[in-house]
Design a binder for this molecule. Structure first.
Ligand code: FAD
Length: 446
C-alpha cells in the first residue's frame, strides 16, 4: 500500500517523545521534536532546584519540570523497563550504575544512549517551548514555539504541521489533597514534586499523605533525620494506626480528618498529632496548557477526554495524538507500541475505525469502568490491563506482542515488593528469569 510522509511535531523529548520520534522517522515522516529543556530525558533529568511555590498551586509560577528526589532508584527492574528492541543492559563503564534497580542518573544515561543510537537529537529543537497548538484549517495544526534564550526579546515562531504528537509528560502538575481546616493550619506544606533531600526535615514532625511509590520512598528517606513521620493513607481502614515495622519513629494512619489552628492534625483513627510539615504525595494531573482544540479535548477529574485507546481524540484523529497517557504501566514498552501505531496510522499503512466507531468505543470503555466502580480519575490506570492493551496495539502494528518474560518479571517483582518492602531493590527470588534475560540481552552487546 502506498504510504505518505507527513510533517509531524512532537512535543517533548522524554522517553515518550524520543521513541515517538524514532518510530515516526522510521515510518518516513519528517519530524521536529520540541523540547523546553536543554537535554533529552524529561523526568529523568534530576535537578536540585525546586519551585518557589512549594505546593505548585500558582499557575504563573516558574516551572521546575522534574519531580525526582536525590535518592530515587527505579521501582521497576531494568530488564523490564527498557524499550523492546533496545534493552536497558548493564554497561561496563565505572561511571554507570550496574544495579538491577539503578539510581535515576542511570536511566537518564540509558535514554541518552537511546537518543544517540537512533540519531534522535538531530530532530530535537532544545530550549524551545511549545506555547500554543491550534487548528490552522485544512486539518493542519499551527504550532507556536518560543526559544528560552528569547526571554527578553520575546519572539514566537509559528509553523504549520500535518500532525502533532503530544508527549509532554504528566508528573509536573501537582494534585493536592483537600483537608478541612487547612487554610488556618500554621505549618509548612509542600507537594512531593518539590522534595529533593531529607535534610530540611531534620528533627521535625512530618505528615506524608499518600501511599504511592514516592510516598513509600520519601517516608523512609525522611525517617532517617526527622523526629517523627506519620503517613496518612486513604486506602486503609478508618481505624488504622500502627507503627511501621523496622522503624521507631514512623507510624501509618488512616486519612486526615481535619487540621486545627494550633498546628494539630486529627486522623480518622482519632489520633491527634502536633506537626511541623504536611507533604502531599498525592500524585499529578494531566496538563496541556498549550493545547487549543475549541473544547474537543478536555481534562476532567484527570480523565483526558475523549481518547480512543488512550491515544487519539476521535474527531481530530489521526492528526492529534497523545503518547504516554496510560498510568500504572511499564512505561517505555507501552510508549514504543503507541508510537508505532501512531506512525503507521499517519502514513496510511494502518487504518483507524470511523470517528463514530471510535467515539462508541470510548463511551463503551467509560461504561465498563463505571460499572466496575472505577472512579473517573483512574480512567487511564491500567495495571494488569496493560498487557492486553499492548497486545492489541501490537496486533494493529502487525508486530510481535507483549513479551511473556516481561510480564513474568513484572509480576515476580510486584510480589517481591510485597514480601520485602524494605529490600526489594536488592534481594529477589526470580534469579532464573533474570539470568535468562541477561543471556538474551548479550546479543545486543556482542
Ligand atoms: P517526561 O519524561 O515527563 O518528558 C516530557 C518532556 O516534555 C520533558 O522533557 C519536558 O521538558 C517536555 N515538555 C513539556 N512541555 C513542553 C512544551 N510545552 N514544549 C516543549 N517541551 C515540553 N518509570 C519507570 O519506568 N520506572 C521507574 O522506576 C519510574 N519511577 C518514577 C519515579 C518518579 C518520581 C516519577 C515522577 C516517575 C517515574 N517513572 C518511572 C515514570 C516516568 O515518568 C516515565 O518512565 C517516563 O520517563 C515518562 O516519560 P514522558 O516522555 O511521558 O514524560
Amino acid at each position: 500500500m502506498p504510504t505518505k510522509s507527513r510533517r509531524v511535531a512532537v512535543i517533548g523529548a522524554g522517553a515518550a517523545g524520543l521513541v515517538a520520534a524514532r518510530e515516526l522517522h522510521r515510518e518516513g515522516h519528517a519530524v521536529v521534536v520540541f523540547e523546553r529543556g536543554n537535554q533529552v530525558g524529561g523526568t529523568w533529568v534530576y535537578t536540585p532546584q525546586v519551585e518557589p511555590d512549594p505546593l505548585g498551586l500558582d499557575p504563573t509560577r516558574p516551572i521546575v519540570f522534574s519531580s525526582l528526589y536525590s535518592s530515587l532508584r527505579t521501582n521497576l527492574p531494568r530488564e523490564c523497563m527498557g524499550f523492546r528492541d533496545y534493552p536497558f543492559i548493564v554497561r561496563q563503564d565505572e561511571e554507570r550504575d550496574p544495579r538491577r534497580f539503578p539510581g535515576h542518573r542511570e536511566v537518564l544515561m540509558y535514554l541518552k544512549d537511546f537518543a544517540t543510537e537512533f540519531g534522535i537529537e538531530e530532530m530535537v529543537r532544545f530550549e524551545t517551548e511549545v506555547v500554543k497548538v491550534g487548528m490552522a484549517g485544512n486539518g493542519k495544526w499551527k504550532v507556536r514555539s518560543k526559544r528560552s534564550s528569547d526571554e527578553i526579546n520575546v519572539g514566537f515562531d509559528d509553523e504549520i504541521y500535518d500532525a502533532v504528537v503530544v508527549c509532554n509528560g504528566h508528573f509536573t502538575e501537582p494534585h493536592i489533597a483537600s483537608i478541612p481546616g487547612i487554610n488556618l493550619w500554621p505549618g509548612k506544606q509542600l507537594h512531593s514534586h518539590n522534595y529533593r533531600v531529607p535534610d530540611p526535615f531534620r528533627d521535625q514532625v512530618v505528615i506524608l499523605i499518600g501511599s504511592s511509590a514516592s510516598a513509600v520512598d520519601i517516608s523512609r528517606d525522611i525517617a532517617g533525620v526527622a523526629k517523627e513521620v506519620h503517613v496518612a493513607s486513604r486506602s486503609v481502614a478508618d481505624e488504622t494506626y500502627m507503627k511501621q515495622p523496622g522503624y521507631d519513629n514512623m507510624w501509618c494512619h488512616s486519612m486526615i480528618e481535619c487540621v486545627c489552628e494550633d498546628g494539630t492534625l486529627i486522623f480518622r483513627n482519632g489520633k491527634g498529632i502536633l506537626a511541623d510539615v504536611i507533604m502531599h504525595c498525592t500524585g499529578y494531573e494531566y496538563h496541556f496548557p498549550f493545547l487549543e482544540t475549541n473544547g474537543t479535548v478536555s481534562v476532567d477529574d484527570n480523565r483526558v477526554d475523549p481518547l480512543y485507546k488512550h491515544t487519539f481524540p476521535p474527531t481530530l484523529a489521526p492528526w492529534l495524538s497523545f503518547i504516554g497517557i496510560p498510568r500504572k504501566i511499564i512505561p517505555f514498552p507501552v510508549f514504543e507500541l503507541q508510537s508505532k501505531w501512531v506512525a503507521g496510522v499517519l502514513s496510511g499503512r494502518i487504518m483507524l475505525p470511523s470517528q463514530e466507531e471510535m467515539m462508541e468505543d470510548v463511551k463503551a470503555f467509560y461504561s465498563t469502568i463505571g460499572a466496575s466502580g472505577i472512579p473517573k480519575q483512574y480512567t487511564h490506570f491500567m495495571d494488569e490491563a496493560q498487557f492486553e492493551y499492548c497486545n492489541w496495539l501490537a496486533a494493529q502494528c502487525e508486530c510481535s506482542g507483549y513479551e511473556k518474560w516481561r510480564e513474568q518479571i513484572f509480576r515476580a517483582g510486584r510480589k517481591n515488593r510485597r514480601v520485602r518492602p524494605e529490600t526489594f531493590r536488592d534481594e529477589w527470588d526470580d534469579h532464573d528469569l533474570v539470568l535468562r534475560r541477561h543471556e538474551e540481552f548479550t546479543k545486543y552487546t556482542s
